[in-house]
Design a protein around this ligand. Structure first.
Ligand code: FAD
Length: 284
């Protein structure tokens, strides 16, 4: 393959594509506007639950099940390359959890050791002819990048809150969820409760009333939380395609531009399948 692949955005989606391409011997650069993956990816909870998320046949369900099948080998290979434990656990064949911040650290480490160039740069416009391939993986900001001769499908940021508690390891067991409320626990004991959805743009305020409501709902699922005090709370922006349909994981016809965004509530789940599909198309 001649020339370098430019990946715009270094969240889980961009970093995993970079890793897979670098494994195939491609020259890869990631340009990330912030601190490589400081947005939705490390903010997410890390539930891997295609069965619970999608209750009818859909592209989402097919992608989710395929990605879930890829997950064990994906994290094992990443751990073998980096030595970083991603706290991946499966409770049932189609239900598991992973620590997305640890996954992102491992991907960064794997990319660096395979000589992926990582630049801190906000890309506003790109000329695809200057690269072997360009991948748009800027999450909820993807629609803001101007690509010469290509109109990118729009994407909407869907804000979500999470709260965290320091508890004894093993206090919870498997994930509990009901509607948009869920609780899950990392091996360290850190317990995460979520969530909500707001279509209000890139507003980074952490709303105390929403956090209290999540706490109340989470305590119904796991009563020991009723008298526990949250240690922290945070927000993130889920990238949802403007039409609300399946994520954009494809080549823009007739160009050397690939889309890898719009994963909405399931980008952590869909990381392995997205990385494999895009990397295989770019460098078969
Ligand atoms: C509260 C919450 C809970 C969630 N829980 C889960 C869950 O349990 N399971 C699950 O599967 N998913 C979950 N998600 C969804 C998941 O986090 C996202 O779908 C996924 O992280 C999207 O990854 P990404 O790499 O596309 O985007 P991001 O992680 O947002 O990465 C985009 C990157 O692009 C960079 N960027 C932006 N603009 C530019 C630019 N112009 N130039 C260069 N770089 C740019 C940003 O700095 C950022 O690093 C959750 C999300 C939220 C907010």
């Amino acid at each position: 393959m001649q020339g370098e692949v430019l990946i715009i955005g270094g969240g889980l989606i961009g970093s995993s594509i970079a890793w897979r391409l670098a494994q195939k011997g491609a020259r890869v650069t990631i340009a990330d506007a912030g601190n490589l993956g400081g947005e939705a990816s490390p903010a997410g909870a890390g539930m891997l639950s295609p069965g619970a998320e999608f209750d009818k046949p859909s592209v989402w369900l097919d992608l989710g099940l395929e990605s879930m099948r890829l997950y064990p080998a994906f994290v094992e290979e990443l751990q073998a390359e980096t030595g970083i434990d991603t706290d991946f656990r499966m409770f049932h064949p189609d239900d598991g959890i992973v620590d997305p911040a640890a996954l992102l650290r491992a991907l960064r480490c794997a990319c660096e050791s395979r000589n992926v160039r990582i630049m801190r740069e906000q890309v506003t416009a790109v000329e695809p002819r200057e690269h072997a391939a360009v991948v748009i993986a800027a999450g909820a900001w993807s629609g803001q990048v101007r690509v010469q001769n290509v109109t990118l499908p729009a994407v909407v940021p869907i804000k979500g809150h999470l709260i965290g508690f320091e508890l004894e390891p093993g206090a919870l067991g498997p994930v509990r969820r009901h509607g948009e409320t869920y609780v899950l626990q990392r091996s360290s004991g850190f317990l995460i409760a979520g969530s909500n959805e707001q279509d209000i743009g890139f507003d980074r305020t952490v709303d105390a009333a929403i956090c209290r409501d999540i706490h109340r709902r989470a305590a119904q699922l796991f009563p020991p939380l009723e008298h526990a005090t949250p240690a922290t709370s945070w927000i993130g922006f889920r990238p949802r395609s403007a039409e609300g349909d399946a994520p954009h994981v494809r080549r823009v016809e007739g160009t050397n531009v690939w889309l890898a965004y719009g994963h909405y509530r399931n980008g952590i789940l869909l990381t392995p399948v997205t990385a494999q599909r895009i990397a295989d198309e770019i460098h078969s």
